[in-house]
Design a protein around this ligand. Structure first.
Ligand code: FUB
Length: 307
């Protein structure tokens, strides 16, 4: 793939892709063996769309955050026999040499959205539905009026190896996962943070847990901190403003070779971007001395020097 001097969105929508741009959204990323693996949703590039059209999820990788390899579609709604559409936000995590890909999709027989999980022995797959059924369905959370409240999974494994799954729209929720990573272990809890919309991401730096999420609509990314994965969470304010030309936003936060990165999507591609034709972008993330995070500066240039 062409070496990018500008942002990742220009990598994906560079001259080579101009005739047939790849639109990407809802990033999640992991670091494995000196490589960043970026998992994204995939907006279908039709004109005049009035809602999301998403059928599968894509994978990209990089060894320096600058040059990216496109691996294509590695998981699709059709890989889950219980699902019938809407490949919304997903999340990948590694545990003991296995890679678990948690996805949002619309359930075929239970009203509403659901969360499933696929597993593979490599970050590039092949991924297979790990359960044959959804892990979380809308009938397990009956305290909202909407049927899209069970979306946007984000999994975090704490230092004691306990895994937690976070998710939600309108109400942020979390539950423990069993050590097999494919079953809930105990009750579903609600999290208390202000103005929550969706897109949870949890990470830990030093001894502080960070919970970031899309707030309000159009969405800004806000965050809260805690000294305990179970909270309580202290609201710390806005981390990223509304991203260009997209009322949704969705972030991943990683550390790679000693630097921190904020990965998100915008609708700002000049190859016909928009609300339903989004593109993943990356900018640096910086911490203050007290552990709070400086507000992200979104740029066209993105990452401009190799790691
Ligand atoms: O991409 C579809 C939905 O829009 C995601 O699940 C949300 O996080 C928002 O980005």
């Amino acid at each position: 793939m062409k070496k990018a001097l500008l942002s990742i969105c220009l990598v994906f929508n560079s001259a080579a892709f101009a005739a047939n741009p790849v639109f990407t959204a809802d990033p999640a990323a992991i670091v494995h063996q000196d490589t960043v693996y970026l998992y994204t949703g995939h907006d279908v590039a039709k004109d005049n769309k009035t809602f999301f059209e998403m059928h599968d999820w894509l994978v990209f990788s990089s060894k320096d955050m600058l040059n990216w390899t496109e691996h294509g579609s590695k998981l699709a709604v059709k890989d889950f026999s219980w699902a019938k559409g809407d490949a919304w936000a997903s999340h990948v995590i590694e545990k003991e040499g296995k890679f678990y890909w948690y996805v949002t999709a619309r359930h075929a027989t239970i009203n509403g959205f659901a969360i499933g999980v696929a597993v593979a022995n490599s970050p590039l797959g092949p991924f297979k539905d790990a359960r044959g059924t959804a892990l979380i369905t809308n009938d397990m959370t009956t305290d909202t009026d909407i049927d899209w409240d069970d979306i946007d999974p984000a999994v975090f494994i704490d230092d004691d190896k306990q895994a937690y799954i976070f998710w939600g729209n309108s109400k942020p929720r979390y539950a423990k996962l069993k050590s097999n990573m494919i079953e809930l272990d105990g009750p579903i809890h609600t999290i208390d943070v202000p103005n929550f919309t969706e897109a949870l991401w949890v990470h830990k730096k030093d001894k502080t847990y960070y919970l970031s999420y899309a707030s309000g609509f159009p969405e800004k990314i806000a965050y809260a901190t805690s000294d305990n994965i179970k909270g309580p969470w202290k609201y710390q304010g806005i981390l990223n403003e509304v991203a260009g030309n997209s009322p949704t936003n969705h972030q991943a936060i990683i550390e790679f070779k000693g630097k921190s990165y904020f990965i998100y999507h915008t609708g700002a591609s000049q190859n016909g971007g928009g609300e339903f034709r989004r593109t993943v972008a990356i900018d640096p993330l910086y911490y203050n001395q007290d552990g709070t995070i400086k507000r992200i500066q979104m740029t066209t240039e993105g990452i401009i020097s190799a790691q």
